[in-house]
Design a binder for this molecule. Structure first.
Ligand code: PGA
Length: 236
């Protein structure tokens, strides 16, 4: 099981330190066997003994002239070996093109990063049914090496992110099973309004290997409760 927290633009360096320490202690005390990922903002990157701390974003170069960005050199300073690529907020709000996303994937793959690659459709596509959803997602995966050994894929329907409305159990199951069938993903997470109440049923769905959580993971106590609820559940 993989349980991941995406802080987005929340938490400071000080509060992230407190969060990581708290969760590390909890993992030890409660014998949590899941792989735990935390993606803090770039000002709060740090290394951890039992949590994979990853970057929410990074520019696909070693270093250079890309004002406002961080790249490999800055990640290396904190021992970061994991990155989130293709999140819907970067695709839709920050207007990242699929071409740019592909170049990030290639770069961080060549640097052997653990890549959490996000895919997912907008509401108008979901309303047309599963076939259209899979077609839409196929463009997001067209130039992506789906057999990359350090790949985690997060299926996150755009309309379910931060809205409090998660996809239905049936939609999650049919989409995950289809994606696994077509692409052979080993680590396929669901993301989009996962919370304390629905997380246990979501990780129990066939084809779900874990969850990527935003809003409901920002309080360390809530995230730990989620870790406890999902410990030793699901297929992995
Ligand atoms: P949410 O965000 O849990 O707040 O819906 C999920 C995500 O964006 O990864």
């Amino acid at each position: 099981m993989i349980i991941a927290s995406n802080f987005k633009t929340n938490h400071t360096r000080a509060s992230t330190c407190g969060y990581i320490e708290f969760v590390e202690e909890f993992i030890k005390k409660e014998n949590i066997s899941s792989d735990v990922y935390v993606f803090p903002p770039s000002t709060a990157l740090m290394s951890s003994r039992s949590i994979f701390v990853g970057a929410q974003n990074a520019y696909p170069v070693e270093s250079g002239s890309f004002t406002g960005e961080i790249a490999l050199e800055q990640l290396r300073e904190f021992g970061i070996k994991s990155v989130l690529i293709g999140h819907s907020e970067r695709r839709h709000i920050l207007k990242e093109s699929q071409e740019f996303i592909n170049s990030k994937f290639e770069f961080f793959k060549n640097n052997e990063f653990m890549i959490t690659y996000c895919i997912g459709e907008p509401l108008e596509i979901r309303q047309k049914g599963l076939e259209e959803v899979l077609k839409y997602i196929s463009f997001q995966l067209e130039s992506i090496d789906v057999s990359y050994k350090n790949l985690i894929v997060a299926y996150e329907p755009v309309w379910a992110i931060g809205t409090g409305v998660s996809a239905t159990m049936e939609d999650i199951k049919s989409t995950h099973c289809a994606l696994k069938n077509i692409y052979g993903f080993k680590n396929l997470l669901y993301g989009g309004s996962v919370n304390l109440d629905n997380v246990a049923s979501i990780v129990d769905i066939e084809g779900v290997d874990g969850v990527l959580i935003g809003t409901a993971s920002w309080k360390k106590e809530h995230f730990c409760e989620i870790l406890k609820k999902t410990n030793k559940l699901g297929g992995r």
